[in-house]
Design a binder for this molecule. Sequence first.
Ligand SMILES: [Zn+2]
Length: 109
Amino acid sequence: MLNQQAKQVLDPWWEDQHPRPVASYIGVLQIVKRCLQAGYEPDQIRCALDDTLVLTVNGIEFALRKQQSERAKVPDRSHVPPMVGSDAASYCEECGVRGGRHRFDCVSA
Ligand SMILES: [Zn+2]
């Protein structure tokens, strides 16, 4: 079952590689299985296969964790009014002061 699922993740990616990976297919399949067991989604694993430079547990886990931390870093700006130019760069979201300055009680100052 898990084997089947791992093949569905790996096979299309593997077929797309030119030249083919030098790493062994069975070895990479085992890693994909471990990623699935660990709770990663097939899409995340395919992205990690694309991103990693080495088809090892360490390489793929590095890529998976990097994806996650990049996702976590994307701030939710839906509540912040759009701004342009240098104002945008020097706007403090904590206290709402522009120009690189802060309110006296700003926690990020
Ligand atoms: Zn501030």
